[in-house]
Design a protein around this ligand. Structure first.
Ligand code: PLP
Length: 479
């Protein structure tokens, strides 16, 4: 064994405890840690080792002899920790960025400690796939979804959309007598949607279905992003029985508008289509009695995307897909890892690698399992309801303000707004606002206007944080 490695083995406890204690110190000051850092600061914190002056910049030289884990940790703490932004903190409202609950961090750390490759619940092997199946079952209970969904963990909602739409593609091909997984895409397959998330469109590119081939269905009138069910039915009738894939929004990213899932579930009784719902963060409305109705009918979907690293507050990279068990054969056809006799017979011996994109995977379920056991349905309900309440508070302030203007009503946890007088100055405003390091929001374009999104999905956020954000917004607009 290499002598540096041997030394690290001898000081394993000290090494891991030091990393844990420095991590805890960082987390303990997260609400005072800046939410952004100017790129100019990236290079300015001094390096431990030598640096090369490559064309790309100041890359660090790889020392022939390693310095050991403690030295690497020291260099990380010296150079990078001071410029780590508080994206896991209470006022990071850009994109849809969840934090990490204490128990989720424990689960995530332990996933590295136990370092299992999650494959099959049937031995000989490890228990990790049993944990994954149990965790999916816990999630079905959390969302009050039926047990005829089966699921697995992938790296994010993008990959969950990809996984679900890959099975949808196989389904559509089969309806036309083709096996797309084996033969490739031989003919165009119809995909309908009103306001799909960009990652669903990206999935269509990756799947060879073509991002430009999407048939865009009208939305409801009156500042809505939700599909118009009447327009949808008309579009379906225009297809004259041709099978198609419908991508529904269970919470759009700009204004958290929901397609009428109940109306769509009724259409599903009349017409032949694969119904996919992207509910990356909108799924969590199921935990709020006031908003649960938004998901009425979603149990009849063929597949659903839900993110864990957003509103479940589990560390990146974590999401899951749900696909109806009756589509198991299509899923196997799609992801079958062929020509690998050493991995066993595929149809009989369930192995995750035959049902999702990756072959080897870490135990992504573990942080989810930990956080669900730790906080239960009530804990999550309180996170969701708190974020919704605080988004409303911010929305109410904007409604009364002379400077800002809502671009859409606050429907759930996201506030989409602009500058009343000069929407064109959004980039300048955001630069000032985010430059404060106190709060972080991201730009968008909604209904042709430059806008700003504040998405509240962090378990730590309080009413005080909303006040801090408002103060910073007023400061940034008045400069
Ligand atoms: C509705 C929706 N779908 C999919 C995604 C993609 O998620 P991820 O970044 O986890 O891949 C997002 C991200 O914001 C989203 O809001």
């Amino acid at each position: 064994m290499d002598k540096v490695l041997k030394n690290d083995l001898e000081i394993l406890e000290q090494l891991l405890e030091t990393a844990a204690s420095r991590g805890v110190s960082w987390l303990n000051k997260i609400d005072r840690t800046p939410t952004s850092v100017a790129p100019g600061q990236y290079g300015g914190t001094g390096s431990g080792g030598q640096r090369s002056s490559t064309k790309e910049g100041n890359g660090r030289v790889l020392d022939p002899e390693g310095a050991g884990g403690l030295e690497a940790l020291n260099e990380f703490n010296r150079r990078f920790e001071p410029i780590m932004v508080a994206s896991t903190g209470p006022r990071y409202w850009g994109f849809v960025t969840g934090g990490a609950t204490p128990a989720a961090i424990v689960g995530d750390w332990l996933a590295a400690v136990y370092d299992q490759n999650t494959q099959t619940p049937k031995g000989p092997g490890d228990v990790s796939a049993v944990i994954e199946l149990e965790t999916i079952n816990l999630l079905l209970q959390l969302f009050d979804l039926p047990g005829d969904f089966k699921g697995g963990f992938v790296s994010g909602a993008m990959m969950s959309n990809f996984t679900c739409l890959a099975v949808a593609r196989q389904w559509a091909g089969r309806q036309l007598g083709r096996d797309v997984a084996r033969e490739g895409v031989q003919q165009s397959l119809k995909v309908l949607s009103a306001t799909p998330h960009s990652s669903a469109i990206k999935s269509l590119s990756l799947l060879g279905l073509g991002s430009a081939n999407i048939v865009t269905v009208d939305t409801l009138s009156g500042n809505r992003e939700a599909i118009d069910p009447a327009a949808l039915e008309k579009a379906i009738q225009g297809l004259q029985g041709e099978p198609f894939i419908l991508i529904s929004s269970g919470g759009t990213v700009n204004t958290v508008d929901y397609d009428d899932l109940h109306a769509i579930s009724l259409l599903k009784e009349k017409y032949r289509f694969w119904w996919h719902i992207d509910a990356a963060f909108g799924a969590f409305a199921a935990l709020s009695p006031e908003h649960k109705h938004l998901l009425r009918g979603w149990e009849n979907a063929d597949s659903i995307t839900i993110d864990a690293h957003k509103w479940l507050n589990v560390p990146y990279e974590n999401a899951f897909f749900l696909v109806k068990e009756k589509h198991k054969t299509l899923q196997l056809e799609t992801f079958r890892n062929s020509n690998a006799p050493y991995l066993g017979e595929q149809a009989e011996n369930f192995n995750y690698l035959n049902y999702l994109p990756e072959n080897s995977r870490r135990l992504k379920a573990l942080p989810v399992w930990f956080t669900l056991l730790a906080y239960g349905r009530d804990g999550y309900r309180s996170i969701i309801e708190n974020n919704i309440l605080l988004a409303r508070e911010l929305g109410a302030y904007i409604e009364k303000s002379d400077d800002f203007q809502l671009l859409a009503p606050v429907r759930l946890n996201t506030v989409c707004f602009t500058l009343k007088a000069e929407p064109d100055r959004v980039p300048v405003f955001l630069e000032r606002l985010n430059g404060s390091g106190k709060v972080f929001m991201t730009p968008t374009v909604y209904a042709g206007k430059a806008g700003i999104r504040a998405a509240l999905v962090n378990w730590r956020t309080t009413a005080d944080d909303v006040q801090v954000a408002i103060r910073e917004m007023e400061r940034a607009i008045s400069v």
